[in-house]
Design a protein around this ligand. Structure first.
Ligand code: 13P
Length: 263
């Protein structure tokens, strides 16, 4: 599949949200490791994003048993240390071999007050510690109906990458997650998903440059399952999938991996 994507490797990510304690995480990832075959990851990078309390457990398991998934987190502070009760520092995540951090997931924006400015400072914090931000953007149902999808994506993307070097932008991941598709059972059509991903890449090209636009990976997320994953992954502008509910179970996550690996 990589020849269609200018060498960008497909990235399949499982966002567990607030599901699975560390014992359940152990069982899930062990099950995944037992089922995975080397061929499954020949053309695809796979990340899992458990809750913070699971990360050390999953790290030990993945490293100890050589399971070919990389660790991700769902959020972090934009500060390295200090009096920020309840926050988790990006430095602490980097020490646990976390490679990808979701930044600005719509649930963080809607429920926990993240703004384009805190998304931007968090992306910088993630980069400062050598990790890769997965910056989430997406329009609401009302914005889509009002024809404001592109304007919303533009505001979110340009706000997020403000002040970054072109190489930093090229090394990032974007996740297009329309709010109405998250957890609704109604995914975007593959064409709509691809159009939004292409629009985001085009913005990177015009605002940052052709090289970062060629390099940056753009995922789609929102009600992805094994039934729709292959169709999404067949779109050359969709470089990955960010999966919520269907990533919680090893068998269903692996079905998605096999569906996209076969594209
Ligand atoms: P669902 O796959 O459950 O719709 O969640 C999508 C999501 O928010 C992933 O970050």
């Amino acid at each position: 599949m990589s020849h269609e994507r200018d060498g960008r490797r497909f990235l399949l990510s499982g966002n567990w949200k607030m599901h699975h304690d560390h014992i359940e995480a152990l069982h899930m990832v062990r099950d995944l490791g037992l089922r995975m075959k080397p061929d499954d990851v020949a053309d695809v990078d796979v990340s899992v994003h458990p809750p913070f309390t699971d990360i050390r457990t999953v790290q030990s398991l993945v490293e100890g048993e050589g399971i070919p998934v990389v660790l991700g987190a769902q959020h972090c502070s934009d500060q390295d240390r200090g009096p920020f009760t309840g926050e988790v520092s990006p430095q602490m995540l980097a020490r646990l071999a976390v490679r990808y951090v979701l930044v600005g997931h719509s649930e963080r924006r809607q429920l926990f007050g993240m703004t384009d400015a805190t998304v931007a400072s968090t992306i910088k914090a993630v980069l400062r510690h050598g990790m890769t931000p997965i910056c989430c953007v997406g329009e609401s149902a009302d914005e889509r109906v009002a024809g404001r999808t592109e304007a919303r994506l533009r505001d979110q993307l340009l706000g997020a990458i403000e002040g970054l070097e072109p190489e930093q932008v090229g090394g990032m991941v974007l996740a297009y997650e329309p709010l109405w598709a998250i957890g609704s059972g109604t995914p975007a059509t593959p064409v709509d998903a691809a159009d939004a991903c292409a629009y985001l890449r085009g913005l990177v090209a015009s605002e940052v440059g052709p090289e970062p636009a060629r390099a940056i990976r753009v995922q789609y997320g929102g009600s992805v399952t094994a039934d729709n994953a292959a169709e999404m992954a067949s779109e050359p502008d969709v470089d990955g999938l960010l999966v919520g509910g269907a990533s919680l179970d090893a068998a269903s996550f692996l079905d998605i991996l096999r569906a996209v690996a076969g594209c």
